[in-house]
Design a protein around this ligand. Structure first.
Ligand code: UDP
Ligand code: MN
Length: 523
């Protein structure tokens, strides 16, 4: 006989086989003699499952079948994570679709919420709207608790729950498909204030640049990474210089592996970086010797647990205005790359050993769309928060090819050049070119990244570097030969931009960078 005292309201299909004995054990182990659950909210269970719950937790507990309307069929993942939103509100104000809210009865007070989540491993389960909706609403019940008591959340799922909503720090116990959390209330409340997806900006377009919180500043740092080769040392020095130019006093941390020698480490320290030596992490799916072989080393950022918040920056960008206000935003805040994905060149993250372990545990499971850390992190952190594009402005977006484009971009960014916070140098990096012009012009595959304005901006920061730091930006003889080779090829092909005609005046052309002559040169 079915018990109909609680009308179940199952709208989201989940074919999960529930192991009731396991749940029963977990709950029994969790409860002390004094403890009892008074109100148990049940979300997405059918009637017979609700009856099983009554057997699992029978004593004095009131079981509440929570009602939640499903999202409308036109609320797709793409509508929550659109590729582009009108950040500047030129044409419309971006808004997220509204998700139906859960109805929570006033009595009894709920102290355990159990949720059954759908997870179809044959589909893109981590970008499933129903799955997000159920987790957000379970979180809302916790966040709405007024009394000063802990509300626990029990998720039943074969797949990883959203790791930055219910975090592994909050995980009390996990056995098989059962995940029991005791979320930290204030953090959860903050997170629920954010837009539900990247359909709206999480960070205002005009933030208060004087943001400074004395209380937490010492637990916050900027970080970058250098692995495998010394090619980005000059870039990282420029990053540090650029941050200090904006007036930020936060710690600067650089993760370096053993490929970065003593001489270069000293330069990085002189620039302001605190060195953290790491063992690099191999991407098991990358081919040996390929550029992306070691880029999973970025995961080590999560081991910086002497800090609560890290703003990660690639070593190939410049901070042009103070971005300390980003420390006020949670993991993962980042700007859009393409489709529903974020760019991993600027990210707010929250170090945590268990998150690090989770990333490592997933290394063999997850297929990264681009074979890089960006693809990997986007599979884990599908619920990310959008920061404006101008806080990780991809260099080629700045490129203005004609008057029509200038007018369009002027309108879009309301200034020329746009008000940029971070400029990210995709393609060939400025320090491997001569300063006279952007060498991306001379390479067919790279011309899309060429921008003389962006190039010039980098060299302005270089000009402010002390001489002892500029030495780290010298060109090897091999690189000079390569630049000349590319230039000649552009000349032969008669590239219409004509940069190949420009006479090189950069002093680095005639300055020897090799070890044997380094001491004799001044830049
Ligand atoms: N990186 C590194 N060594 C390498 C390649 C990359 O240390 O051989 C680091 C560096 O911090 C760099 C980041 O990984 O900024 C991401 O790579 P890159 O910026 O070249 O990728 P892009 O932004 O051009 O896609
Ligand atoms: Mn980069």
């Amino acid at each position: 006989m079915e018990d109909n005292t609680a009308a179940a309201d199952v709208r989201y299909i989940s074919s999960l086989d529930i192991n009731w004995d396991q749940i029963s054990d977990i709950i029994k182990n969790m409860l002390t003699d004094k403890d009892t659950y008074k109100g148990i909210g049940l979300l997405n269970f059918n009637n017979s499952e609700i009856n099983r719950w009554k057997e699992v937790i029978p004593d004095h507990a009131e079981h509440v079948a929570l009602k939640l309307d499903p999202v409308s069929s036109n609320t797709t993942w793409e509508s929550l994570y659109p590729e582009w939103i009108d950040e500047e509100e030129q044409f419309n104000v971006p808004t997220c679709p509204a998700l139906p809210k859960i109805q929570v009865p006033e009595k009894p007070g709920i102290d355990l919420v159990a949720v059954k989540l759908p997870c179809n491993k044959r589909e893109s389960w981590s970008r499933n709207v129903a799955r997000l909706h159920l987790q957000l609403e379970a979180a809302r019940i916790v966040a709405n608790t007024e009394e000063n008591r802990a509300v626990r959340v029990l998720l039943l799922t074969e797949c990883l729950p959203i790791p930055n909503l219910f975090t592994c720090k909050d995980l009390v116990v996990r056995e098989g498909n059962v995940w029991l959390y005791e979320p930290e209330l204030s953090r959860l409340k903050d997170k629920l204030q954010l837009p539900i997806g990247s359909c709206e900006l999480a960070v205002p377009l005009k933030p208060n640049e004087n943001f400074h919180s004395e209380r937490s500043a010492y637990r916050e740092a900027y970080a970058t990474i250098l692995h495998s080769a010394e090619a980005y040392v000059c870039g990282a020095i420029a990053v540090a210089q650029s941050i200090r130019r904006t007036g930020s006093t936060r710690d600067l941390l650089i993760l370096v592996d053993e490929s970065i020698g003593e001489h270069h480490r000293r330069g990085l320290e002189l620039a302001g970086w605190k060195i953290r030596t790491i063992r690099r992490i191999r991407n098991p799916k990358a081919k040996r010797g390929l550029y992306n072989e070691w880029n999973y080393s970025k995961f080590r950022l999560w081991q910086l647990t002497d800090y609560d918040k890290i703003i990660f920056l690639d070593a190939d960008l410049l901070v042009l205005r103070n971005i300390d206000f980003l420390f006020g935003f949670p993991e993962i805040s980042a700007s859009g790359n393409h489709a529903a994905l974020f760019n991993s060149g600027v990210m707010v993250i929250e170090p945590s050993n268990c998150t690090f372990q989770m990333l490592i545990d997933q290394i063999n499971e997850i297929e990264s769309y681009n074979g890089g850390d960006q693809g990997f992190l986007n599979e884990i952190f599908t619920w990310w928060h959008r920061i404006p594009r101008r806080m990780n402005f991809l260099k080629h977006l700045w490129r203005i090819d004609d008057e029509r484009e200038r007018e369009m971009k002027n309108r879009l960014y309301r200034s020329d050049p746009p008000i940029l916070y971070v400029l990210h140098y995709l393609g060939r990096k400025p320090w491997v070119c001569f300063r006279d012009y952007d060498c991306n012009w001379n390479e067919k595959y790279a011309t899309k990244f060429a921008s003389d304005d962006a190039h010039e901006t980098w060299w302005k920061v270089f000009d402010e570097m002390p001489e002892r730091l500029r030495r780290f930006c010298l060109l090897s003889e091999k690189q000079k030969a390569r630049l000349e080779w590319d230039r000649r090829r552009a000349e032969r092909a008669n590239y219409s931009d004509g940069h190949w005609k420009i006479q090189i005046k950069d002093k680095r052309l005639k300055t020897c960078a090799e070890d044997f002559c380094l001491s004799e040169n001044v830049l």
